[in-house]
Design a protein around this ligand. Structure first.
Ligand SMILES: Nc1ncnc2c1ncn2[C@@H]1O[C@H](COP(=O)(O)OP(=O)(O)OP(=O)(O)O)[C@@H](O)[C@H]1O
Length: 531
């Protein structure tokens, strides 16, 4: 191992119009280490990594790889310099196989593409060596996100990457997939490879990194040894103040039933039953959390309630039935009933990425009288003013109503959706993965807003794959497995282990649900399926 840093950046700056995304950044990443990068949403982490990977050209500054100054005008040059990148949103070709994706474009890295049979052999060897089991002949569209991520890592290793950059790799993974990923990263490090890990999860930083650098508002403000720091200290370095890492809330005082769901059944396009008779209710003044490993029906539940998907069964809002199959089973009719929805996938359902922030704030709410100039015309100026106010209250950065949605950082996009929905003061808020990709300062704020909505007597149905989030935010926890409700617990009277078993489809004690008014019967699932 040489003494030169695997990567050294000197004085990197990059502006997007008036936004200075990176300001005179210098950093050294030593070979054979895992180096974490943390920072608030919009701090400039992805921009910096995109410069290193040749996606953006820096306005000024130098890049040194293994001590040698290197220019990286495009991703081919990055690959040639031994850099591999795993993005937040994978860049795989959906209708190609795993093998095809791995070899695709590999010849451009300056090496000749081997025959497919040789490539298959090489891929199998790599997969075995790094415990990255994949089926080379499966199409990308037919495999889950955890597997897709393995393909991205294999793709980088196939191109002989010595430096691997991962941008929020665990956002879409189940806890066990995340554990597996970290084992692989440690293995790669032991082999002398260098890893840069961008994440908002301080626990991951504490568990796997050797060194961690902190970015704030475009600048690199600190680099510390992981052993010599703590989550609280890192949070403070990141946000510039002490952050409450736990949710501060009083016990709930639920009153009347707002949402009543009975025997909900949903089949997907392939005819597979995704919801197998789900019944639950949510009262005003409480947060009900749906825990579960991704893909066990939680998304379908939110989609049905939000008006994105048709279903069989009965759903009542404040005692009135809502349409699940007909003309009024759409989002607009749901909003008219006082249901607001923060969808799980902000890119597909939450935002129109090519529209500006103010247009996205009006999205779904264009009938609001405050947004109308007269019977025929929208009052665009009023919408922009409202957007500016919402951006200020939710600390969206930059607070520019005219910026196109796709040009906000991931966490700031999320805040735009949350501001639009929470500030409607809905009777029922459906909220999916509210803090995915969001920094800890903003998580604290978002959790406070959700608790405040609850304390105003509103009903909240929260779906999150983050068990910590469910445990600290929800008053009542319902666990879903395989399209069914496995059990229900009062938050504070259960623990991670018990919930984890239910999430894996195992009812261990046979004890009856604790909550009064519980509708979720205990069932024994298939204990063979791991959490
Ligand atoms: N293509 C672009 N055009 C205009 N502004 C951009 C563009 N890309 C990024 N920005 C801005 O640059 C700043 C830094 O964004 P970046 O995505 O690097 O942040 P980040 O630290 O990765 O944030 P997050 O944690 O939310 O992913 C943000 O203010 C963002 O709005």
């Amino acid at each position: 191992m040489s003494d030169a840093p695997a990567i050294e950046l000197k004085g990197i700056s990059k502006a997007f119009g008036p936004v200075q995304a990176n300001k005179d950044i210098s950093i050294r990443v030593m070979p054979g280490t895992i180096h974490g990068i943390i920072g608030e949403n919009g701090a400039g982490k992805s921009t910096l990594m995109s410069i290193l990977y040749g996606f953006y050209k820096a306005d000024s500054g130098q890049v040194f790889i293994n001590g040698k100054e290197t220019t990286i005008p495009d991703s081919q040059a990055a690959i040639a310099a031994g850099i591999g990148m795993v993005f937040q949103h994978f860049k795989l070709v959906e209708n190609f196989t795993v093998l095809e994706n791995v070899v695709l474009g590999a010849e451009e890295g300056g090496r000749l593409m081997p025959s497919l049979s040789k490539a298959r052999k090489l891929l199998t060897e790599l997969a075995d060596e790094y415990e990255l089991n994949v089926d080379p002949d499966k199409k990308i569209e037919d495999i889950g996100v955890g597997m897709q991520q393995r393909v991205e890592i294999l793709k980088a290793l196939y191109r002989k990457a010595e430096i691997l950059i991962l941008d929020e790799p665990t956002g879409v993974l189940t806890p066990s997939e995340a554990d597996h990923l970290f084992r692989i990263l440690k293995g790669l490090k032991d082999e002398g490879k260098t890893i840069i890990l961008i994440t908002h999860k301080l626990r991951e930083i504490m568990d796997v990194t050797d060194t961690v650098s902190v970015m704030r508002r475009g600048e690199m403000t600190a680099t510390v040894k992981t052993k010599e720091t703590s989550p609280e200290h890192l949070a403070e370095l990141m946000v510039g103040r002490k952050v409450l890492l736990r949710v501060d809330k009083k016990p709930a005082t639920p009153y009347a039933k707002v949402l009543e769901v009975k025997n909900l059944r949903v089949k997907d396009d392939a005819g597979v039953e995704r919801l197998k008779g789900v019944s639950l209710d949510v009262h005003g003044g409480e947060i009900v959390g749906i825990a579960g490993v991704a893909g066990n029906g939680q998304s379908e539940l939110l989609e049905v309630l939000g008006g994105y998907r048709k279903a069989k069964g009965n759903v009542m809002i404040n005692g009135e039935p809502i349409d699940l199959t007909g003309r009024k089973s759409d989002g607009q009719s749901r909003r008219a009933k006082g249901i607001a929805h923060v969808p799980e996938d902000r890119h597909r359902e939450g935002l129109i990425l090519d529209f500006q922030a103010w247009e996205n704030i009006a999205f779904g709410y264009h009938n609001d009288p405050a947004y109308q100039k007269n019977r025929w015309l929208m009052d665009n100026r009023a919408i922009r003013q409202d957007t500016a106010d919402k951006m200020k209250r939710f600390d969206v950065r930059p607070p520019n109503p005219h910026l196109t949605a796709k040009n906000f950082s991931g966490g700031n996009q999320q805040k735009i959706v949350l501001a639009r929905e929470i500030e409607r003061n809905p009777e029922l808020l459906l909220v999916g993965q509210p803090t995915r990709g969001v920094d800890i300062g903003a998580i604290e704020f978002i959790h406070q807003q959700l608790v405040a909505l609850r304390d105003r007597g509103k009903a909240i149905l929260l779906v999150s794959v983050e068990l910590d989030e469910i445990m600290s935010l929800a008053d009542r926890i319902i666990v879903m497995f395989d399209g069914q409700i496995m059990g229900e617990r009062i938050a504070g009277q259960t623990d991670e282990r018990e919930l984890g078993l239910l999430m894996a489809g195992v009812t261990d004690t046979g004890r009856s649900p604790l909550a009064q008014g519980s509708t979720g019967a205990m069932r024994v699932g298939n204990p063979g399926r791991g959490a």
